[in-house]
Design a protein. Structure first.
Length: 135
């Protein structure tokens, strides 16, 4: 199964990624998605090759410590119908609070998931038949 679905709000932490999101390509939430500060760039506690979709907001908590790079980085895509709330501080302007590396190959991969992929239609132009009224 390539999809993780939560009917309500969802909190994503490093341990949640390791135990629930292995091999997942899409994460749907019927509420908000909150990403806590232990989700960082690289390693087993990062989000790579995934699309996050929230009916509510995507909230990124934590703090951008000036001594280190605590940038939340995702390779994939994020969409939040309710908008975004970036709660990490920008105390070190060398590092962004959020970095999204868009991966269009994930959109192509979605076609393999029934109900998510792009529907295929065959269009055909029809010539109208002319009907002559009987005399």
């Amino acid at each position: 199964n390539l999809v993780y679905y939560s009917a309500g709000s969802l909190t994503i932490s490093k341990s949640f990624i390791q135990s629930n999101l292995s091999g997942k390509k899409v994460v749907f939430s019927g509420g908000d998605i909150t990403i806590v500060d232990d989700v960082k760039k690289g390693g087993s506690g990062s989000l790579s090759g995934v699309i996050l979709i929230a009916q509510g907001k995507i909230i990124i908590t934590g703090d951008n410590d000036p001594a280190k790079n605590n940038t939340f980085e995702i390779k994939g895509a994020i969409y939040a119908k309710g908008g975004f709330n970036f709660n990490r501080n920008i105390s070190n302007k060398k590092f962004p609070v959020v970095y999204v590396e868009y991966d269009p190959s994930l959109i192509i991969d979605l076609s393999a998931i029934e109900g998510i992929g792009v529907s295929q239609y065959q269009w055909e132009e029809l010539v109208p038949e002319v009907i002559t009224p009987a005399p």
